[in-house]
Ligand binder design. Sequence first.
Ligand code: ATP
Ligand code: MG
Length: 400
Amino acid sequence: FPPEFQQALPILQQIEANGYEAYFVGGSVRDFLLGKAIADVDIATSAFPAEIKAIFPVTIDTGIKHGTVTVLVDHVGYELTTFRTESGYQDFRRPDQVTFVRSLAQDLQRRDFTINALAVRHDGLVIDHFAGLADLRAKQIRAVGAAEARFHEDALRMMRAVRFSSQLGFTIVPETYQSLIDNRALLDKIAVERIHTEFIKMMLSPNWQVGWASFLQTGLVAHVPFFKDQALTMPTFAQRATSALQDEAAVWTMLADVAALSDQQLTVMLRQWKTANQVIAASRASLAFSRKLQAGQAISAADLYQLDDQVLPRLATVGANLGWTVDFADLEQRYQALPIHDAHELAVDGGLLMARLGLTPGPQLGRALKSAEQAVVSGAVINEPETLIVWLRKRLPDMI
Ligand code: ATP
Ligand code: MG
């Protein structure tokens, strides 16, 4: 077992010692069997939440209605979910009813793909009711049971299919793939936030073009925010070797760039996708700067100073995917070499200027600080208090 499982093993053993079953399940088992890093360890158990609470002294009711309780071991939280079946899928969304069951097989049956429906027991035994191991070996995404029915239960699974194919570099088997095409319009029913999560996970994988290609070819693209209303065809990125994008803002910047979106269109797109404000700001700043770069404009120290420290590394990952010939190493070096990166690093502040130059709060003080900042950034004067005061004293008469 990898350390992540080793650490959680006492939980399985303790549940078993109390006469219930417990297994590692879901993504952690898949990633473990693939030899990949494990994100979070999910545990499924035949014990009901109240029974789990009787076994472990400290628990948190994470999602008690759905049977999920968090157990703390050495300050690490583990989510324990009671075996369950789901029913009453309304409008192709999440089930509104879950029923706790004692059978692992039933729990595995509700899971989306065969590779996500494996369980591992405390002694290492792998439980594989749906030939998930064979699909793992063949690098395939296959719905558990009939894809058609599974996508009708929860249409988000369609986004998850392309997301996993991208993350894992797996192919989607023909039956499941055909079902994506047939049921793509069901995605309209799914909350934007849920689609967003899967979409970004898909795009942040180094193989994002694998997922992107399926996303386009199945027509899922026509049932997600913004893209669905756009006459513009998103590029296929065919044949291009891709690499990992730095973050979510890199994803949006790249898409906005290839689709030739204006700043305003980018903002509309991100609002429709319910993107966090901070990501919107980062994407807009990145797109704006990338336009300057591509216009072949000379980049001044002042241009670089305006950026936060993520913009250049982010654009370097975008540029690597789009074949830009910009010398990001050089830009990064110039950025690092800026005398200051933020107004707070300026060697003088308002208080000092008032004390030394007899200034009072107001526009003139503001202008003095601004010009000192610009002069330091451009390298016209060094960032040292006495030097700046001498420099400013000379220029004060022009600053009224
Ligand atoms: P990740 O590494 O991104 O966390 P994951 O496979 O663990 O991938 P989660 O969303 O964390 O994905 O879900 C954990 C498990 O729960 C999945 O492996 C799958 O068995 C099951 N699951 C999650 N979402 C669904 C869904 N919409 N339909 C059916 N089963 C699901
Ligand atoms: Mg997970």
